[in-house]
Ligand binder design. Structure first.
Ligand code: SF4
Length: 439
């Protein structure tokens, strides 16, 4: 072995994919991955730098790793703002930016030189690399960065403009994940999955003797032939998204769209520098549902954005009432260091933000409960994510729920069912978050 490396992975699924790449590289070069500070000769911390609490969490993790091991390499989103890190932790070995596998490896090589022993350096590596998600599902990152300029967001500053991967590269990765690593479900992610390929002018590349365009519709139609559950995240409602909905009806693509809308008032959306408003959002959702009535839609919203009046907020509530979304995440607006929105006039007082947040959540709870209850009596496919506490207890998900963020299904079955199996079971009851089923 070349040396013992500890790894701390923080942040969103996009950061998780970067962690997997670095871990795979470390392992392929013969480094031993350890999960305690005592054995680690060096620690890599993959940071998140999006909102203030995430920055704090990252800085604390760096501090802890430094005091335990003295040798820390920082990478990830916060690494794009080295001054923040140096201010608190001037003794880190190096700071590299997001997705910079080579940058991390350079410092690792210098600190823990490769031992050159042909027997220990050729550690067999699973062909699909190291995954931080369970074996049965994986995130599939199709692009880095973002070309938008939403006023509350610093991702484009941190991660740069969008760089899409060639379709063939993504498809070969998906192929390996499904056929070699055994993934049953792939979650397609990017900052804006709908804009995939625009930066590389939708150039084609060859996958299994076929030219495939770097365009979301072409990519997804290829993915949907691979026999796994394919779930789309972070899709802005561009017109071409409609072309994907028939694949959901055919059962080739999960009837699920994660569409971060952020607000419904055109005035607030404009000041967020995002297009649309309640009317256009509703029209799009209506069109999608006309093609695929059981489409589950997840969205996120910011309440208390600077300048949000009671009227704007009511418009958002009315939109939610009408849109009947399946899953809603809400955030109280908070300043993100260096975001343009910090300078906007009329900040909303904290107690009003909190009240609006509570009102939105209680409305959505009612909607979610009704949506979940409508599933009672149906026989649905359920992917098993975990075992429960008692023998025979299982925890799974329907096609309408993404792992980690949406609801679960609790059921009991005989001991033959394993994690990653997809079974059919009858939904017997529901609450606003979860379902209960009988196998
Ligand atoms: S679309 Fe907007 S919110 Fe999303 S990453 Fe890009 S700039 Fe940020």
């Amino acid at each position: 072995m070349s040396g013992k490396v500890g790894f701390i992975s923080l942040g969103c699924p996009k950061a998780l994919v970067d962690s997997e790449r670095i871990l795979t590289q470390l392992r392929s070069e013969g480094y031993e991955l350890v999960n305690d500070y005592q054995s680690a000769e060096l620690v890599v911390v993959n940071t998140c730098g999006f909102i203030t609490p995430a920055v704090e969490e990252s800085l604390n993790a760096i501090g802890e790793a430094l005091s335990e091991t003295g040798k820390v390499v920082v990478t990830g989103c916060l690494g794009e703002r080295p001054e923040k890190i140096m201010e608190r932790h001037p003794n880190v070995l190096a700071i590299t930016g997001q997705a910079d596998v080579d940058g991390v490896m350079k410092v690792v090589h210098k600190t823990l030189p490769v031992d050159g022993n042909p027997f220990t350096s050729l550690v067999p590596l699973p062909e699909y690399g190291i995954k931080l998600t369970p074996k049965h599902y994986s995130y599939l990152k199709i692009a880095e960065g973002c070309n938008h300029k939403c006023s509350f967001c610093i991702i484009p500053k941190l991660r740069g403009l969008q760089i899409s991967r060639d379709a063939s590269e993504i498809l070969y990765e998906a192929y390996r994940l499904i056929n070699i690593a055994g993934s049953k479900e792939l979650m397609v992610i990017a900052q804006d999955s709908g804009a995939y390929g625009t930066d590389i002018k939708h150039r084609t590349s060859e996958f299994q003797n076929k030219q495939v365009r770097a365009h979301l519709t072409d990519l997804v139609s290829e993915l949907s032939d691979m026999g796994a559950w394919i779930r789309l995240h972070y899709v802005y409602p561009y017109p071409h998204v409609k072309d994907l909905i028939p694949l959901m009806v055919e059962g080739k693509l999960l009837p699920y769209l994660d569409v971060p809308l952020q607000h419904a008032s055109p005035k607030i959306l404009k000041s967020m520098r995002r297009p649309g408003g309640a009317k256009s959002h509703l029209e799009t959702i209506k069109e999608w549902r006309a093609i695929c009535p059981d489409l589950a839609i997840r969205s996120t919203f910011i309440v208390g954005f600077p300048g949000e009046s009671e009227e704007d907020f009511t418009e958002l509530l009315e939109f939610l009432e009408e849109a009947q979304l399946d899953h809603v995440g809400a955030f109280k607006y908070s300043d993100v260091p260096e975001a343009d929105a910090n300078a906007l006039a009329n900040p909303v007082p904290e107690e009003i933000k909190q009240k609006r947040y509570d009102r939105l959540m209680s409305l959505q709870q009612k909607i979610s409960l009704a949506k979940k209850q409508a599933k009672v009596g149906q026989i649905l496919d359920i992917i098993i994510d975990d075992y429960g506490e008692l023998p025979g207890e299982l925890i799974g998900r329907t096609k309408y729920d993404a792992p980690q963020i949406d609801g679960k299904v609790f059921l009991t079955a005989d001991g033959t069912i394993k994690i990653g199996d997809i079974i059919s079971a009858k939904i017997t009851s529901a609450n606003a978050y979860d379902l209960f089923a009988e196998y």
